[in-house]
Design a protein around this ligand. Structure first.
Ligand SMILES: *Cc1c(COP(=O)(O)O)cnc(C)c1O
Ligand code: SF4
Length: 360
Protein backbone atom coordinates (compact mmCIF):
# COMPACT_ATOMS: atom_id res chain seq x y z
CA UNK A 1 0.00 0.00 0.00
CA UNK A 2 1.18 3.52 -0.66
CA UNK A 3 2.75 5.38 2.21
CA UNK A 4 0.08 8.07 2.50
CA UNK A 5 -2.72 5.53 2.71
CA UNK A 6 -1.00 3.65 5.49
CA UNK A 7 -0.46 6.89 7.39
CA UNK A 8 -4.09 7.89 6.85
CA UNK A 9 -5.33 4.49 7.99
CA UNK A 10 -3.32 4.76 11.19
CA UNK A 11 -5.06 8.00 12.17
CA UNK A 12 -6.47 8.42 15.64
CA UNK A 13 -10.25 8.63 15.37
CA UNK A 14 -11.52 6.67 18.35
CA UNK A 15 -12.26 8.68 21.55
CA UNK A 16 -10.65 5.98 23.70
CA UNK A 17 -7.39 6.12 21.73
CA UNK A 18 -7.34 9.91 21.55
CA UNK A 19 -7.91 10.24 25.30
CA UNK A 20 -5.24 7.71 26.00
CA UNK A 21 -2.62 9.36 23.78
CA UNK A 22 -3.33 12.92 24.94
CA UNK A 23 -4.30 12.16 28.56
CA UNK A 24 -7.86 13.40 28.26
CA UNK A 25 -11.14 12.03 29.58
CA UNK A 26 -12.66 9.49 27.22
CA UNK A 27 -16.16 10.60 28.07
CA UNK A 28 -15.44 14.23 27.20
CA UNK A 29 -13.73 13.37 23.95
CA UNK A 30 -16.49 10.89 23.10
CA UNK A 31 -19.24 13.43 23.69
CA UNK A 32 -17.59 15.76 21.17
CA UNK A 33 -16.70 13.16 18.55
CA UNK A 34 -20.25 11.78 18.66
CA UNK A 35 -21.25 15.04 16.96
CA UNK A 36 -18.02 16.07 15.23
CA UNK A 37 -15.66 13.26 14.26
CA UNK A 38 -11.93 13.53 14.89
CA UNK A 39 -9.05 12.54 12.64
CA UNK A 40 -5.45 12.96 13.72
CA UNK A 41 -2.99 11.25 11.44
CA UNK A 42 0.42 10.12 12.75
CA UNK A 43 2.27 12.77 10.75
CA UNK A 44 0.21 15.67 12.10
CA UNK A 45 0.45 14.15 15.55
CA UNK A 46 4.24 14.10 15.22
CA UNK A 47 4.41 17.85 14.58
CA UNK A 48 2.36 18.71 17.67
CA UNK A 49 4.96 19.71 20.22
CA UNK A 50 2.92 19.89 23.38
CA UNK A 51 -0.60 19.89 24.76
CA UNK A 52 -2.51 23.04 23.89
CA UNK A 53 -0.04 24.25 21.29
CA UNK A 54 -1.36 25.84 18.07
CA UNK A 55 -1.38 22.56 16.15
CA UNK A 56 -2.87 20.56 19.00
CA UNK A 57 -5.80 22.92 19.26
CA UNK A 58 -6.61 22.65 15.57
CA UNK A 59 -7.28 18.91 15.77
CA UNK A 60 -8.02 17.80 19.35
CA UNK A 61 -11.73 17.70 20.22
CA UNK A 62 -12.68 20.35 22.77
CA UNK A 63 -15.87 20.27 24.75
CA UNK A 64 -16.47 23.93 23.89
CA UNK A 65 -17.52 22.61 20.46
CA UNK A 66 -20.72 21.29 21.99
CA UNK A 67 -21.20 24.00 24.61
CA UNK A 68 -24.43 25.91 24.89
CA UNK A 69 -22.92 29.14 23.50
CA UNK A 70 -22.03 27.33 20.35
CA UNK A 71 -25.66 26.37 19.75
CA UNK A 72 -26.39 29.98 18.79
CA UNK A 73 -24.39 29.47 15.66
CA UNK A 74 -25.59 27.88 12.48
CA UNK A 75 -24.89 24.48 10.96
CA UNK A 76 -24.62 26.03 7.51
CA UNK A 77 -23.38 29.51 8.46
CA UNK A 78 -22.70 30.84 5.00
CA UNK A 79 -25.76 29.46 3.28
CA UNK A 80 -23.92 27.04 1.01
CA UNK A 81 -26.91 24.74 0.88
CA UNK A 82 -29.25 27.57 -0.02
CA UNK A 83 -27.32 28.26 -3.23
CA UNK A 84 -27.02 24.60 -4.06
CA UNK A 85 -28.84 23.65 -7.28
CA UNK A 86 -27.64 20.02 -7.02
CA UNK A 87 -26.14 18.21 -4.02
CA UNK A 88 -22.57 19.21 -3.03
CA UNK A 89 -22.38 22.10 -5.48
CA UNK A 90 -22.75 25.77 -4.56
CA UNK A 91 -23.35 28.33 -7.27
CA UNK A 92 -23.26 31.66 -5.47
CA UNK A 93 -21.33 33.77 -7.97
CA UNK A 94 -22.23 33.69 -11.66
CA UNK A 95 -18.84 32.72 -13.07
CA UNK A 96 -17.72 30.06 -10.59
CA UNK A 97 -18.90 27.10 -8.57
CA UNK A 98 -17.76 25.32 -5.46
CA UNK A 99 -17.99 21.56 -5.92
CA UNK A 100 -17.48 19.25 -2.92
CA UNK A 101 -16.13 15.97 -4.22
CA UNK A 102 -14.88 14.32 -1.00
CA UNK A 103 -15.99 14.15 2.63
CA UNK A 104 -12.64 12.95 3.93
CA UNK A 105 -9.69 15.06 5.02
CA UNK A 106 -6.15 14.36 6.19
CA UNK A 107 -7.18 15.80 9.58
CA UNK A 108 -10.50 17.11 10.86
CA UNK A 109 -10.00 20.75 11.81
CA UNK A 110 -12.10 21.64 14.80
CA UNK A 111 -13.02 25.05 13.31
CA UNK A 112 -14.17 23.69 9.94
CA UNK A 113 -17.00 25.58 8.23
CA UNK A 114 -18.28 22.27 6.88
CA UNK A 115 -18.30 20.49 10.23
CA UNK A 116 -21.78 19.33 9.31
CA UNK A 117 -20.42 17.42 6.34
CA UNK A 118 -16.88 16.19 6.83
CA UNK A 119 -15.98 12.86 8.30
CA UNK A 120 -19.37 11.21 8.24
CA UNK A 121 -17.75 8.17 6.71
CA UNK A 122 -19.73 8.61 3.53
CA UNK A 123 -18.08 8.62 0.18
CA UNK A 124 -19.38 11.19 -2.26
CA UNK A 125 -21.22 8.82 -4.58
CA UNK A 126 -20.95 8.66 -8.33
CA UNK A 127 -24.41 10.01 -8.87
CA UNK A 128 -23.57 13.18 -6.92
CA UNK A 129 -20.44 13.66 -9.02
CA UNK A 130 -22.40 13.04 -12.23
CA UNK A 131 -25.10 15.51 -11.25
CA UNK A 132 -22.52 18.16 -10.38
CA UNK A 133 -20.73 17.68 -13.71
CA UNK A 134 -24.03 17.82 -15.59
CA UNK A 135 -24.88 21.08 -13.86
CA UNK A 136 -21.52 22.63 -14.78
CA UNK A 137 -21.99 21.49 -18.39
CA UNK A 138 -25.45 23.04 -18.48
CA UNK A 139 -24.43 26.60 -17.55
CA UNK A 140 -21.92 28.25 -19.82
CA UNK A 141 -21.40 31.17 -17.45
CA UNK A 142 -19.28 28.87 -15.28
CA UNK A 143 -15.64 29.39 -16.15
CA UNK A 144 -14.03 28.51 -12.83
CA UNK A 145 -14.59 25.25 -10.93
CA UNK A 146 -13.32 25.13 -7.36
CA UNK A 147 -13.05 21.54 -6.17
CA UNK A 148 -13.13 21.17 -2.43
CA UNK A 149 -14.64 18.97 0.24
CA UNK A 150 -13.50 17.49 2.46
CA UNK A 151 -10.26 17.27 0.62
CA UNK A 152 -10.17 16.33 -3.08
CA UNK A 153 -6.60 15.07 -2.74
CA UNK A 154 -7.82 12.32 -0.41
CA UNK A 155 -9.33 10.65 -3.46
CA UNK A 156 -7.29 8.04 -5.30
CA UNK A 157 -5.31 9.28 -8.31
CA UNK A 158 -7.63 7.35 -10.66
CA UNK A 159 -10.81 8.88 -9.29
CA UNK A 160 -9.35 12.36 -9.27
CA UNK A 161 -8.01 11.97 -12.78
CA UNK A 162 -11.41 10.92 -13.97
CA UNK A 163 -13.21 13.91 -12.40
CA UNK A 164 -10.56 16.36 -13.59
CA UNK A 165 -10.80 14.94 -17.09
CA UNK A 166 -14.58 15.42 -17.15
CA UNK A 167 -14.31 19.01 -15.91
CA UNK A 168 -11.50 19.82 -18.36
CA UNK A 169 -13.61 18.55 -21.26
CA UNK A 170 -16.30 21.18 -20.62
CA UNK A 171 -15.55 23.90 -23.19
CA UNK A 172 -16.63 26.91 -21.10
CA UNK A 173 -14.57 25.91 -18.05
CA UNK A 174 -11.39 27.97 -18.16
CA UNK A 175 -9.74 27.21 -14.86
CA UNK A 176 -9.89 24.46 -12.26
CA UNK A 177 -8.95 25.03 -8.65
CA UNK A 178 -8.39 22.52 -5.85
CA UNK A 179 -8.61 23.51 -2.19
CA UNK A 180 -6.53 21.16 -0.06
CA UNK A 181 -5.11 20.74 3.42
CA UNK A 182 -2.90 17.85 2.25
CA UNK A 183 0.45 19.64 1.66
CA UNK A 184 0.54 20.79 5.30
CA UNK A 185 -1.22 17.88 6.95
CA UNK A 186 -0.33 14.76 4.94
CA UNK A 187 2.53 15.77 2.63
CA UNK A 188 3.28 12.12 1.74
CA UNK A 189 0.19 12.26 -0.48
CA UNK A 190 1.98 14.61 -2.89
CA UNK A 191 3.88 12.36 -5.26
CA UNK A 192 5.37 13.10 -8.69
CA UNK A 193 2.59 10.92 -10.16
CA UNK A 194 -0.09 13.04 -8.53
CA UNK A 195 1.62 16.25 -9.61
CA UNK A 196 1.73 14.97 -13.20
CA UNK A 197 -1.96 14.09 -13.08
CA UNK A 198 -2.80 17.58 -11.84
CA UNK A 199 -0.62 19.43 -14.31
CA UNK A 200 -2.13 17.40 -17.16
CA UNK A 201 -5.31 19.37 -16.54
CA UNK A 202 -3.84 22.84 -16.44
CA UNK A 203 -4.63 25.67 -16.01
CA UNK A 204 -5.16 24.20 -12.57
CA UNK A 205 -4.49 26.14 -9.39
CA UNK A 206 -4.01 24.78 -5.90
CA UNK A 207 -5.17 26.57 -2.77
CA UNK A 208 -3.20 25.17 0.14
CA UNK A 209 -4.37 25.61 3.72
CA UNK A 210 -1.58 26.39 6.19
CA UNK A 211 -2.52 28.19 9.40
CA UNK A 212 0.66 28.18 11.42
CA UNK A 213 4.44 28.17 10.79
CA UNK A 214 4.61 24.91 12.77
CA UNK A 215 2.89 23.23 9.81
CA UNK A 216 5.83 24.06 7.59
CA UNK A 217 8.29 21.19 7.83
CA UNK A 218 10.91 19.65 5.55
CA UNK A 219 8.26 17.22 4.30
CA UNK A 220 5.66 19.87 3.56
CA UNK A 221 8.28 22.00 1.81
CA UNK A 222 9.25 19.02 -0.29
CA UNK A 223 5.61 18.31 -1.16
CA UNK A 224 5.03 21.91 -2.28
CA UNK A 225 8.27 21.78 -4.24
CA UNK A 226 6.96 18.80 -6.23
CA UNK A 227 3.79 20.72 -7.11
CA UNK A 228 5.61 23.94 -7.98
CA UNK A 229 8.15 22.06 -10.12
CA UNK A 230 5.22 20.53 -12.01
CA UNK A 231 4.19 24.08 -12.88
CA UNK A 232 1.14 24.24 -10.66
CA UNK A 233 0.46 27.76 -9.33
CA UNK A 234 -0.24 27.76 -5.61
CA UNK A 235 -1.83 30.16 -3.21
CA UNK A 236 -2.78 29.75 0.41
CA UNK A 237 -5.99 30.19 2.35
CA UNK A 238 -5.58 30.53 6.12
CA UNK A 239 -8.17 30.94 8.81
CA UNK A 240 -7.65 33.57 11.52
CA UNK A 241 -7.89 31.48 14.69
CA UNK A 242 -8.17 32.79 18.20
CA UNK A 243 -5.23 31.76 20.36
CA UNK A 244 -3.58 29.98 17.40
CA UNK A 245 -2.40 32.54 14.86
CA UNK A 246 -4.14 35.77 15.85
CA UNK A 247 -1.06 37.94 16.13
CA UNK A 248 1.09 39.72 13.54
CA UNK A 249 4.32 37.85 14.42
CA UNK A 250 2.89 34.39 13.77
CA UNK A 251 1.16 35.41 10.56
CA UNK A 252 4.13 37.34 9.22
CA UNK A 253 6.34 34.32 9.77
CA UNK A 254 3.74 32.04 8.12
CA UNK A 255 3.21 34.24 5.07
CA UNK A 256 6.91 34.85 4.50
CA UNK A 257 7.69 31.15 4.76
CA UNK A 258 4.92 30.37 2.28
CA UNK A 259 6.49 32.75 -0.24
CA UNK A 260 9.76 30.83 0.04
CA UNK A 261 7.76 27.73 -0.92
CA UNK A 262 6.42 29.50 -4.02
CA UNK A 263 2.97 29.90 -2.46
CA UNK A 264 1.26 33.29 -2.49
CA UNK A 265 -0.93 34.10 0.53
CA UNK A 266 -4.45 34.52 -0.95
CA UNK A 267 -7.07 34.70 1.80
CA UNK A 268 -7.07 35.05 5.56
CA UNK A 269 -10.61 34.02 6.48
CA UNK A 270 -12.44 35.30 9.48
CA UNK A 271 -14.00 32.27 11.23
CA UNK A 272 -17.56 31.72 10.04
CA UNK A 273 -20.15 31.61 12.77
CA UNK A 274 -20.43 27.90 12.35
CA UNK A 275 -21.90 25.90 15.19
CA UNK A 276 -19.12 24.24 17.14
CA UNK A 277 -16.38 26.70 16.20
CA UNK A 278 -17.32 29.96 17.86
CA UNK A 279 -14.53 29.69 20.42
CA UNK A 280 -12.06 30.13 17.54
CA UNK A 281 -13.63 33.37 16.34
CA UNK A 282 -11.76 36.62 16.97
CA UNK A 283 -13.36 40.02 16.65
CA UNK A 284 -13.18 41.79 13.32
CA UNK A 285 -11.40 44.71 14.97
CA UNK A 286 -8.60 42.38 16.04
CA UNK A 287 -8.31 41.03 12.51
CA UNK A 288 -8.20 44.49 10.98
CA UNK A 289 -5.53 45.60 13.44
CA UNK A 290 -3.37 42.58 12.59
CA UNK A 291 -3.69 43.26 8.87
CA UNK A 292 -2.81 46.87 9.46
CA UNK A 293 0.37 45.94 11.30
CA UNK A 294 1.35 43.44 8.60
CA UNK A 295 0.75 46.02 5.95
CA UNK A 296 3.19 48.37 7.60
CA UNK A 297 5.78 45.65 8.16
CA UNK A 298 5.93 43.60 5.02
CA UNK A 299 5.46 43.46 1.28
CA UNK A 300 2.08 43.09 -0.40
CA UNK A 301 3.48 39.84 -1.84
CA UNK A 302 3.12 38.41 1.65
CA UNK A 303 -0.34 39.83 2.32
CA UNK A 304 -3.54 37.86 1.79
CA UNK A 305 -6.96 39.45 1.64
CA UNK A 306 -8.72 39.38 4.97
CA UNK A 307 -12.20 38.14 4.13
CA UNK A 308 -15.47 37.12 5.63
CA UNK A 309 -18.30 35.05 4.26
CA UNK A 310 -21.38 36.97 5.33
CA UNK A 311 -23.94 34.87 7.20
CA UNK A 312 -26.70 33.09 5.23
CA UNK A 313 -25.09 33.30 1.84
CA UNK A 314 -24.58 37.08 1.93
CA UNK A 315 -21.34 36.49 0.04
CA UNK A 316 -17.61 36.88 0.50
CA UNK A 317 -16.38 40.35 1.35
CA UNK A 318 -12.92 41.76 1.83
CA UNK A 319 -12.57 43.27 5.25
CA UNK A 320 -10.65 46.49 5.17
CA UNK A 321 -11.04 49.64 7.17
CA UNK A 322 -12.89 50.93 4.08
CA UNK A 323 -15.61 48.22 3.83
CA UNK A 324 -16.37 47.76 7.52
CA UNK A 325 -18.13 50.33 9.62
CA UNK A 326 -18.05 49.69 13.36
CA UNK A 327 -21.26 50.75 15.07
CA UNK A 328 -20.09 49.89 18.58
CA UNK A 329 -20.77 46.99 20.96
CA UNK A 330 -19.09 44.48 18.67
CA UNK A 331 -21.55 45.29 15.88
CA UNK A 332 -20.66 46.30 12.34
CA UNK A 333 -22.19 47.27 9.04
CA UNK A 334 -20.40 45.61 6.17
CA UNK A 335 -20.82 46.35 2.47
CA UNK A 336 -22.05 43.15 0.75
CA UNK A 337 -20.99 42.32 -2.84
CA UNK A 338 -24.23 43.77 -4.22
CA UNK A 339 -23.62 47.03 -2.33
CA UNK A 340 -26.16 46.86 0.49
CA UNK A 341 -25.02 47.21 4.10
CA UNK A 342 -25.33 44.00 6.14
CA UNK A 343 -25.31 43.77 9.95
CA UNK A 344 -22.69 41.62 11.58
CA UNK A 345 -21.83 40.83 15.24
CA UNK A 346 -18.70 39.61 17.00
CA UNK A 347 -19.12 36.45 19.11
CA UNK A 348 -21.24 37.10 22.17
CA UNK A 349 -19.74 34.36 24.21
CA UNK A 350 -16.34 35.43 25.42
CA UNK A 351 -15.38 31.79 25.96
CA UNK A 352 -11.68 31.22 26.08
CA UNK A 353 -10.45 27.87 25.01
CA UNK A 354 -8.08 26.50 27.54
CA UNK A 355 -7.98 22.91 26.42
CA UNK A 356 -6.33 21.44 29.44
CA UNK A 357 -8.62 23.12 31.89
CA UNK A 358 -11.72 22.43 29.89
CA UNK A 359 -11.15 18.85 28.89
CA UNK A 360 -10.06 17.52 32.22
C1 LIG B 1 -15.23 31.43 -1.82
C2 LIG B 1 -16.12 30.88 -2.80
C3 LIG B 1 -15.74 30.82 -4.16
C4 LIG B 1 -14.39 31.30 -4.66
O1 LIG B 1 -14.21 32.66 -4.43
P1 LIG B 1 -12.90 33.42 -4.93
O2 LIG B 1 -12.97 34.74 -4.26
O3 LIG B 1 -12.99 33.49 -6.41
O4 LIG B 1 -11.72 32.61 -4.49
C5 LIG B 1 -16.64 30.30 -5.04
N1 LIG B 1 -17.87 29.87 -4.65
C6 LIG B 1 -18.25 29.93 -3.36
C7 LIG B 1 -19.60 29.44 -2.99
C8 LIG B 1 -17.39 30.42 -2.38
O5 LIG B 1 -17.78 30.46 -1.11
S1 SF4 C 1 -9.23 19.99 5.89
FE1 SF4 C 1 -10.65 21.63 5.27
S2 SF4 C 1 -12.61 20.60 4.93
FE2 SF4 C 1 -11.30 19.21 6.10
S3 SF4 C 1 -11.79 19.57 8.24
FE3 SF4 C 1 -10.04 20.89 7.75
S4 SF4 C 1 -10.97 22.84 7.14
FE4 SF4 C 1 -12.59 21.29 7.04
Amino acid sequence: MREWKTIHQNSLTDPGEISHVFSLRTQTVGSVTATYPAMINPYYRSIIERADDPLYRQVIPDRLEISRENLNCSEDPIGEDRYSPVPNLTHRYPDRVLFLISHTCPIYCRFCTRKRKVGRGLKVDEQTIEQGLAYIRSDDRIRDVLLSGGDPLMLEDKTLECILGEVRDIPHVEIIRIGTRVPGALPHRITPALAACLSDHNPLYIHTHFNHPGEITDLSREACGILADAGIPMSNQSVLLKGINDNPETLESLFRSLLTMRIRPYYLFHVDNVRGADHFRTTIEEGLAIMDTLHRRTSSMALPRYALDLPDGGGKVNLTTGTVQSVGDGKYLIAAPEGEMVQYSDPECSVTSNMKASNK
